[in-house]
Design a protein around this ligand. Structure first.
Ligand SMILES: O=P(O)(O)O[C@H]1O[C@H](CO)[C@@H](O)[C@H]1O
Length: 333
C-alpha cells in the first residue's frame, strides 16, 4: 500500500464516511492534487532547478565557490557601484534570460546574476534579490540560493539594508548577523513549506547554528584590519513582509523580542541556504534608525536607504572582498 493510501486509511478511521468515498474514487495522485495542501513549490523541482544550473554552467567556464547576495545596501539598485560590477572576468545574466528564474520588479533595477572573480576567488553575485512584497512566495524569493548550491558554492554571503532598532547603532554602521527571528515563520509562512526533497536537505533542519560563528570572528578581525571596528556590531535581524515600514508599536514589540535590526529580506534566503548545508555569513547595513516614539515626525524612506548604501559603497566592497579572501583561505587549508 502506498503512503497516500495509508493517509487515506487513517483519514477514513478519523472522519468516517466522507473520506471513504475519496478512497474508492480517487487515485493516489488525484488525492494528492486535491487534498494535500501544498504551496506550488513542487513545480520548482530538483530537476527544474538542475536545468537552470546547467543552463548557467554551460556558459560559465569556472565553478563559483561563494555566492553573494547584494541587496539595497550593496549597490543592487544603482548601475555602477555594486560589488557585482567590480568582479573580474564578469559574465552577466539578466534574471529574465535565466530559465525558471523569477523577474525583478523593483523599479529602476535590472536584476542580474553575475559570475566573476573577486580577489582571484570565483564567485557568483545576485545583483538584486526577490522580496515577498514584490508578490513572490518565500520559496520563490529564495530559489536562487538552491541554484547557486547546484552550481557548486559552499558559502553564502548575504547583505541587507536594515533599520537599526538597537539604540547603540548609528546610520552607516554594520551589524554582523548572529541570529534571526523568523517572524513570518511564526505566522506559518516558511520557504521550506511544501513537499521536501531530501536531495536539497532534511525535512526538519536545525537553525540554532544558522550563522557561522567562525566567520563572525574572522569578520571582526577583518574589520579591525580595515580600521572599521567602531562601526561594527553583532546582533539579531528580523524580517517582516513589507513593503510598508513599521509602526511605532510594531518596532517597540520587535525591540522587546530581542531584534537589533529590521528588514524585509535575508531570513528566507538563510533558511534555504542552511537547509542545503551552505555556510552562511550575513550582515546588515544600518540605513536608518527605527522610530520608536510618537514625537518624531520624520519618516523612513527608500531614498535614504539607497543614499546610505552609496555612502558606504567602497567600505563595504573592501569588507566583503576581505571576507571572501578569508573564506577561500579556509577552504584551501
Ligand atoms: O533587504 P534589502 O533588499 O537589502 O532592502 C531593504 O531595503 C528595502 C526598503 O528600503 C527593502 O527591500 C528592505 O528589505
Amino acid at each position: 500500500m502506498s503512503k497516500i493510501s495509508k493517509i487515506i486509511d487513517t483519514a477514513v478511521k478519523v472522519n468516517g464516511s466522507i473520506d471513504k468515498k475519496l478512497r474508492l474514487d480517487k487515485t493516489d495522485e488525484q488525492f494528492y492534487e486535491n487534498h494535500v495542501v501544498h504551496t506550488d513549490n513542487d513545480k520548482y523541482t530538483y530537476e527544474s532547478l538542475t536545468e537552470t544550473a546547467s543552463f548557467l554552467r554551460k556558459q560559465v567556464p569556472f565553478k563559483p565557490v561563494i555566492g553573494i547576495i547584494c541587496g539595497s545596501g550593496m549597490g543592487a539598485y544603482w548601475n555602477q557601484g555594486c560589488l557585482a560590477d567590480a568582479l573580474d572576468g564578469k559574465i552577466q545574466f539578466p534574471y529574465e534570460v535565466i530559465p525558471h528564474f523569477p523577474r525583478s520588479t523593483v523599479k529602476g533595477h535590472v536584476g542580474e546574476l553575475v559570475f566573476g572573480y573577486l580577489t582571484g576567488v570565483p564567485v557568483v553575485c545576485m545583483k538584486g534579490r526577490f522580496h515577498y512584497y514584490e508578490g513572490y512566495p518565500l520559496w520563490k524569493c529564495a530559489m536562487p540560493v538552491r541554484v547557486m548550491k547546484l552550481l557548486g558554492i559552499t558559502h553564502l554571503i548575504v547583505s541587507n539594508a536594515a533599520g537599526g532598532l538597537n539604540p547603540n547603532f548609528k546610520v552607516g554602521d554594520i551589524m554582523l548577523v548572529k541570529d534571526h527571528i523568523n517572524l513570518m515563520g511564526f505566522a506559518g509562512n516558511n520557504p521550506l513549506q511544501g513537499p521536501n526533497d531530501d536531495r536539497f536537505g532534511p525535512r526538519f533542519p536545525p537553525m540554532n547554528t544558522a550563522y557561522s560563528k567562525e566567520l563572525i570572528i574572522e569578520a571582526k578581525k577583518v574589520a579591525e584590519e580595515l580600521n572599521m571596528q567602531d562601526i561594527i556590531h553583532e546582533g539579531v535581524y528580523t524580517c517582516l513582509g513589507g513593503p510598508n515600514f513599521e509602526t511605532v508599536a510594531e518596532l517597540k514589540m520587535l525591540s522587546m523580542l530581542g531584534a537589533d535590526t529590521v528588514g524585509m529580506s535575508t531570513v528566507h534566503e538563510v533558511i534555504t541556504a542552511r537547509h542545503c548545508d551552505l555556510t552562511v555569513f550575513a550582515f546588515s547595513l544600518i540605513t536608518n534608525l527605527c522610530i520608536t516614539n510618537y514625537k518624531t515626525a520624520s519618516n523612513p524612506n527608500h531614498e535614504e536607504v539607497i543614499d546610505v548604501g552609496k555612502m558606504r559603497e567602497s567600505v563595504l566592497q573592501l569588507f566583503v572582498q576581505n571576507i571572501v579572501t578569508v573564506i577561500a583561505k579556509q577552504a584551501n587549508k
